[in-house]
Design a protein around this ligand. Structure first.
Ligand SMILES: Cc1cc2nc3c(=O)[nH]c(=O)nc-3n(C[C@H](O)[C@H](O)[C@H](O)COP(=O)(O)OP(=O)(O)OC[C@H]3O[C@@H](n4cnc5c(N)ncnc54)[C@H](O)[C@@H]3O)c2cc1C
Length: 460
């Protein structure tokens, strides 16, 4: 039994934990990072990276299938999942190696094993004890399921879906949130028949309704079936198929049922509650400076209520390391964190939805710019729109407080959108900037021109 001391002991080496470790080491702290699986966590190995690789393969399949539309003769012979998986795993392996190198080069002590927080400043791993001047809880999340719906066989979560060795012919996706619509998009592009079942009235229900409706229109066009406002009641499976039952009495048979009903915090087995950490529904409660109720114990990433996104974890990790180093960084505005859903078409947003903006500001002005007026979007043959929400009535000055976009590749526009929101820019500030022609980014500029009262390629 050995005791080790460090400035910082971090439990969990995912996006939040490793970002905190890297920045803290950069600032001269001694850091112990405890990880029971693979450094990089969900995002690198089971989440963002593998799904975006699948989505890229899906885009290539669509290009081959639809080449004829732009006069390029091509036929899609099929999707070879062994090839897709090799490509995907190659991307992960390269990034994983790079991350391992980074952690090593910053002299972070990486401990391989499951840690338990035993409080007040202590984490144990097997017989070893790690005592930190500060302790960071960053154990991430897992795929949830519904009561009575066991994962196994033909009932899978994203964890199994990213390693399927065949292209399913028919898939039911339970949940029309970000993960659900991304997989639905992949499977459709790969040639499967896809049905999404969502209990809430819309797909991507956390987005502004404008985005949900445009995505639904695009999915309808792509012949992705979705049933919204419908409750799932059960599933039975045989060796060959799974049958999904809905409250409406309808039954749908498929090769797989992909359960994408959200992610729960990974906090049940690491000692948090026993050590006196204040929790709610399994999440760790932390204030805006990521402090838990216990002195010198902090929490970040998916275990803290809020957006479950890798870049939120990165930002929180950097914030915490800098706060501990006495740099007094500004707190993170949760609404200023960009959100991108990488299905086809993409959905991207930052800031407030129309409903939230009305609640906060009372008077608001909205403007929708249709991508039909944008040359590059026409070249790409994509449909969609950009919606801007400004605080204050028409004709009065006020910052843009919500930006929502739907269309192929609009995720790439989120960089400028987040500057607009986070720097409290007004439409006139953005309208004065020259946007390159012909880019989709230009549509972003034109939306602001229109909001500033001087539309160019727009009828508004
Ligand atoms: C299918 C899917 C797609 C996604 N796509 C995106 C995307 O495109 N963009 C985006 O921003 N986000 C995406 N996410 C979300 C993103 O992956 C998470 O928000 C992010 O990984 C959270 O980081 P974290 O550090 O909180 O937790 P995690 O990345 O889950 O890391 C926690 C780590 O802690 C370890 N751990 C847990 N308990 C212990 C213990 N007791 N001892 C030691 N180690 C422990 C785990 O093994 C894990 O490695 C996606 C998620 C999924 C599932």
């Amino acid at each position: 039994m050995a005791e080790h001391n460090a400035d910082l002991v971090i439990l969990g080496g995912g996006s939040g934990g490793y970002a905190c470790a890297l920045r803290a080491a950069e600032l001269g702290m001694s850091v112990v990072l405890v990880e029971k699986d693979k450094l990089g966590g969900t995002c690198l190995h089971y989440g963002c990276i593998p799904t975006k690789a699948l989505l890229h393969a899906a885009e290539v399949a669509d290009s081959a299938r639809e080449g004829e539309k732009v006069g390029v003769k091509a036929t899609l012979e099929g999707v070879d999942m062994a090839g897709v998986n090799a490509y995907k795993d190659g991307v992960i392996a390269k990034l994983y190696k790079g991350l391992q190198g980074l952690v090593k080069s910053r002299k972070i002590t990486l401990v391989d094993g499951a840690g338990t927080f035993v409080g007040p400043n202590t984490v144990t791993v097997g017989d070893d004890t790690y005592v930190g001047k500060s302790v960071v809880l960053a154990t991430g999340s897992y795929s949830r399921t519904l009561p009575g719906l066991d994962i196994g066989g033909r009932v899978i979560t994203s964890y199994e879906a990213i390693r399927l060795e065949e292209v399913p012919k028919r898939v039911v996706v339970l949940g029309g949130g970000v993960i659900g619509v991304e997989f639905a998009s992949v499977y459709k592009s790969f040639g499967a028949e896809v049905t999404i079942v969502e209990a809430l009235p819309h797909l991507v229900p956390n987005e502004d309704e404008f985005a949900s409706k445009l995505l639904e229109r695009a999915f309808r066009k792509r012949k992705i079936t979705f049933k919204t406002g419908v409750k799932f009641t059960g599933a039975t499976q045989t060796d060959d198929a799974v049958t999904v039952s809905l409250e409406s009495g309808e039954e749908i048979e498929a090769d797989y049922l992909l359960v994408a009903v959200g992610r729960g915090p990974n906090t049940a087995t690491a000692g948090f509650e026993e050590a006196g950490v204040k929790m709610e529904r399994g999440f760790v409660l932390a204030d805006e400076r990521l402090r838990t109720n216990l002195p010198n114990v902090y929490a970040l990433g998916d275990i803290v209520p809020g957006l479950q996104l890798a870049h939120r974890g990165f930002a929180q990790g950097i914030f915490l390391a800098e706060d501990l180093a006495g740099l007094n960084p500004p707190v993170i505005d949760e609404a200023g964190i960009p959100r991108v859903t990488y299905c086809e078409p993409e959905v991207a947003s930052v800031g407030l939805t129309e409903t939230q903006a009305k609640e906060r500001y009372g008077e608001i002005q909205t403007l929708t710019y249709d991508l039909a007026g944008n040359g590059k979007s026409q070249i790409l043959q994509t449909q969609g729109a950009i919606k801007l929400i400004k605080s204050g009535a028409e004709g009065t000055p006020g910052p843009v407080v919500g930006l929502h976009m739907v269309g192929a590749r609009v995720g790439e526009l989120i960089g400028e959108a987040q500057l607009v929101y986070n720097w409290d820019a007004q439409a006139e500030d953005v309208a004065a900037l020259v946007h390159a022609h012909p880019t989709q980014n230009e549509a972003f500029g034109e939306a602001h021109l229109a909001l500033a009262g001087k539309p160019l390629h727009s009828h508004s």
